[in-house]
Design a protein around this ligand. Structure first.
Ligand code: ACO
Length: 391
C-alpha cells in the first residue's frame, strides 16, 4: 500500500470508574462528537464507520445496531464491527486505515465505548472469547494468567515485586498529568506494596482498573487532507499477529510460547517497523504507548517493541529511561494501568501517540516527539496489533 493515511480527528472521554450520567450509546456519541469537532467535520462527511465492539457480545451487538447505525451515523454507509478482545481498539483503527489505503473511501470514522455496569466486567467479557479448557477455568482468568507470566519472568530474569511497583509509580506519575486518565493519584512503591494481593505477585495497584468512557478517531486519505487543507499526523506502519488457533467460536492459546517472551507481539512490531522504515526503534522512536494491563506486562511489551533486550527493561525503568524526560517515554498517558475500557483501550493508545506527535498532549507532552508507537494485546498470546504514527 502506498497511499498515505492521516489521522485528522481525535475524541476521547475523561475516563472514570462510573458514568452514571450517560448511557453506553451516549459515551460513544460523546467521543464521536469530539472527534468530528477536532476534524472540523459533520457526520455526513463520513463515508465509512468501523465500530469497536465491546467484548461483551450481547451488549455489544445490541448496541452496535443502536449506536453504530444511528448514533454513529452509519446507516447507508460502509460499516464494520471489530472485536479482538483488548486489541479491539487498535484493530479498529487498522481496519479504518485499510479502508482508506485501499482507496475504498476517503474519510472513515472509528469509535467505541465501555461502560462499567452496562458492558459487563472485564473478566467475564474476556472469558467469552477464551479457551474453555484453560483460561475460562480460572476465577479472575486474566489476572491469574498474567500473574503466571510474571512468575516466569521473575524466575528467568530476576524481576522483583519492587520492579513491578515501579511501573505503577511511573505510570501514575504520568496519569496525574493527564486529565483523561481514570487513576490519577500519584503513588509510591510502599503504597503499592500495601495494596492487597489479587493473584501473587500481582497486587491491586499492579492491575488496571475497569473504566467507563469512549474514544473515536477520524482517518482520511492524503488527497482529501491536501484538498481540504487539513492538519494530520500519519499512520506509517501497521502490524498484526496472533499465536493462537481458532476453536470455531473462540480462540485457543497455542501454548507454544514462553510466557516471559511476547514473541508474537514482537512479530507484530517487526511488521509495523518494516512498513514504516524503522530500523533502530531505540534510536528512532520518541514515545511509546504499549498495552500493559498489569504492571509486569509493561516489561514484555517494551522488550517486544525492541526498546530493551529480553530481561533488561526492569533495570532500565529503574534508571528512569521510560518516564517523561527519559530516552524513550513509555505510557505517557498513564497507560492501561490507569485507564482500561476494553473496547477502546487500544484505540486510546493510538490516540495518545497521535496527540504526542501533534504536540497536543498537554501536561504530559514529550518535547519534540515526532515518531510514536502504539500496541494492543487481545489477551494471552491471542491477537496483537501495533501502529507507528508520525508527525
Ligand atoms: C487483554 C486484556 O485487556 S487484560 C485486562 C482486562 N482487564 C481486567 O482484567 C481488569 C482488571 N481489574 C479488575 O478486574 C479489578 O479492578 C480488580 C479485580 C483488580 C479489583 O476489583 P474489585 O476487588 O472488585 O475492586 P472494586 O472495583 O470493588 O474497588 C475497590 C477499591 O479498589 C479501587 N481499585 C479498583 N481497581 C483498582 C486498581 N486496578 N488499582 C487501584 N485501585 C483500584 C477502587 O477504586 C475502590 O476504591 P474505593 O474503595 O476507594 O472506592
Amino acid at each position: 500500500m502506498s497511499a498515505r493515511v492521516g489521522i485528522i480527528g481525535i475524541g476521547q472521554s475523561a475516563f472514570k470508574a462510573r458514568r452514571d450520567d450517560a448511557s453506553y450509546p451516549d459515551l460513544v456519541r460523546e467521543a464521536v462528537t469530539m472527534a468530528l469537532n477536532d476534524a472540523s467535520m459533520e457526520l455526513d462527511d463520513i463515508q465509512a464507520v468501523v465500530y469497536s465492539l465491546s467484548p461483551d457480545a450481547m451488549v455489544g451487538i445490541g448496541n452496535a445496531e443502536r449506536v453504530g447505525v444511528d448514533a454513529v451515523g452509519a446507516r447507508n454507509k460502509r460499516f464494520l464491527r471489530i472485536n479482538t478482545g483488548g486489541a479491539t481498539g487498535i484493530s479498529s483503527v487498522a481496519a479504518a486505515y485499510y479502508h482508506v489505503a485501499a482507496g475504498a473511501c476517503d474519510v472513515v470514522l472509528t469509535a467505541g465505548a465501555d461502560k462499567v455496569g452496562e458492558c459487563g466486567d472485564s473478566q467475564t467479557v474476556l472469558n467469552k472469547i477464551w479457551d474453555p479448557t484453560y483460561e475460562r477455568q480460572l476465577p479472575l482468568g486474566t489476572i491469574n494468567m498474567l500473574a503466571m507470566s510474571a512468575v516466569r519472568y521473575m524466575h528467568l530474569y530476576g524481576m522483583t515485586e519492587e520492579d513491578m511497583a515501579r511501573v505503577v509509580v511511573k505510570n501514575r506519575w504520568h496519569a496525574a498529568k493527564n486529565p483523561n486518565a481514570h487513576l490519577r493519584k500519584e503513588t509510591t512503591v510502599e503504597e503499592v506494596f500495601r495494596s492487597r494481593y489479587i493473584s501473587w505477585p500481582v497486587k491491586l495497584f499492579d492491575c488496571c482498573p475497569q473504566s467507563s468512557g469512549g474514544c473515536a478517531m477520524v482517518l482520511a486519505s492524503e488527497k482529501y487532507i491536501k484538498e481540504n487543507k487539513l492538519d494530520a499526523v500519519w499512520i506509517t506502519g501497521v502490524g498484526h499477529s496472533s499465536e493462537s488457533y481458532f476453536l470455531g467460536d473462540r480462540m485457543g492459546n497455542g501454548q507454544t510460547a514462553d510466557h516471559a517472551d511476547a514473541f508474537a507481539l514482537k512479530g507484530s512490531f517487526e511488521r509495523a517497523y518494516k512498513m514504516a522504515g524503522i530500523k533502530e526503534p531505540r534510536k528512532q522512536v520518541d514515545v511509546a504507548e504499549l498495552y500493559a494491563p498489569f504492571s509486569n506486562t509493561e516489561f514484555h511489551s517494551i522488550e517486544a517493541a525492541g526498546l530493551a533486550d529480553l530481561g533488561q527493561s526492569p533495570a532500565m525503568l529503574k534508571e528512569g529511561r521510560f518516564q517523561i524526560g527519559g530516552d524513550i517515554p513509555v505510557n505517557t498517558s498513564g497507560g492501561v494501568l490507569c485507564t482500561n475500557a476494553i473496547a477502546v483501550t487500544a484505540m486510546v493508545r493510538v490516540a495518545e501517540v497521535a496527540q504526542q506527535v501533534r504536540g497536543k498532549a498537554g501536561g504530559h507532552q514529550v518535547a519534540g516527539a515526532k515518531i510514536g508507537i502504539a500496541s494492543g494485546n487481545g489477551g494471552d498470546h491471542q491477537f496483537f496489533g501495533t501502529m507507528v504514527v508520525e508527525a
